[in-house]
Design a protein around this ligand. Structure first.
Ligand SMILES: Nc1ncnc2c1ncn2[C@@H]1O[C@H](COP(=O)(O)OP(=O)(O)OP(=O)(O)O)[C@@H](O)[C@H]1O
Ligand SMILES: [Mg+2]
Length: 258
């Protein structure tokens, strides 16, 4: 009886299915172009991301992974449908709050890391803090702390263009997280790396996800890495569908409309 009272609906309090919803999309549609040449990339993408989850999105090239992540980060606007952050429709918030949302709430790891090659690793990581008006010294101090977290304290003063692909991706991870976001959106974070570096970067993301209590959504082609996430969503014909994983077979949350 005690067990029933504690586990209302058969779901334990610490179960991720009880965690608050952080990021959500409903009926998300994105069409590029007009008329005969228009392409419908997202038809009806519904996503419910709960606090603490690490979720993979898998889909072939061109299926719309980047498009979806850009919409979720408010870097682009949907043709129709709504993205909610902490239950609030992001379309309803004003420009200043939107800038704040992009800078503080979401850490975005770009598909192509987009570091500034002539700036040092530390300057690259400090950039989002400088954009939001932080002083140079404190931004650089924070950047160095984050570079140490990703194992690159010795490279802080090297130009980003001189670093290896794996090192550049670590710098990009530090830059995505330096603002202390609650959500990490990562667009194929291991896409350009060899197998060994891909695992190392993924393990780093897993560690940061845990230690910084992030909610993470990771687009990837790599099924072995996706299988390490709490659950996998496949993006097919503009719709998200839950894909069975070892973990989901034993009851991790689903919730995406098909
Ligand atoms: N700004 C744009 N204008 C027109 N079409 C676009 C634009 N951005 C993306 N597309 C098209 O939308 C589709 C989805 O692109 P997207 O980059 O989201 O796919 P993806 O799943 O991220 O692919 P990849 O795995 O290669 O990165 C593609 O057919 C692409 O050509
Ligand atoms: Mg992409």
């Amino acid at each position: 009886m005690i067990q029933q009272a504690q586990f209302a609906n058969g779901v334990a309090p610490e179960d991720p299915r009880n965690a608050v919803v952080v990021l959500e999309s409903r009926g998300l549609k994105k069409t590029y172009g007009r008329g005969e040449k228009s392409i419908c990339v997202l038809a009806d993408a519904n996503l419910t991301l709960r606090q603490g989850e690490m979720v993979a999105i898998v889909a072939p090239s061109g299926a719309g992974k980047s498009t979806l992540l850009h919409l979720l980060a408010a870097l682009d606007t949907p043709t129709s449908g709504t993205v909610y952050f902490a239950k609030k429709a992001i379309e309803s918030i004003n420009d200043a709050a939107l800038a704040e949302f992009r800078n503080r709430a979401i850490g975005f790891l770009w598909q192509r890391h987009q570091l500034l090659p002539d700036f040092t690793a530390a300057e690259n990581v400090a950039m989002p803090l400088l954009v939001r008006g932080e002083g140079f010294a404190s931004a650089l101090g924070m950047a160095r702390k984050w570079l140490a977290e990703v194992g690159l304290e010795n490279r802080a003063d090297h130009r980003a263009g001189e670093l290896s692909g794996g090192e550049q991706q670590r710098v990009a991870i530090a830059r995505a997280l330096v603002t202390g976001p609650s959500v990490l959106l990562a667009d194929e974070p291991t896409g350009d790396l060899d197998e060994q570096n891909a695992w190392a970067v993924f393990e780093l993301l897993e560690r940061l996800h845990r230690t910084h209590k992030l909610t993470s959504l990771i687009a990837t082609h790599n099924m072995a890495l996706a299988a390490r996430c709490d659950r996998i969503l496949a993006l097919e014909h503009g719709v998200l569908r839950a894909r069975e994983t070892a973990a989901s077979a034993s009851g991790t949350p689903g919730g995406e409309a098909s």
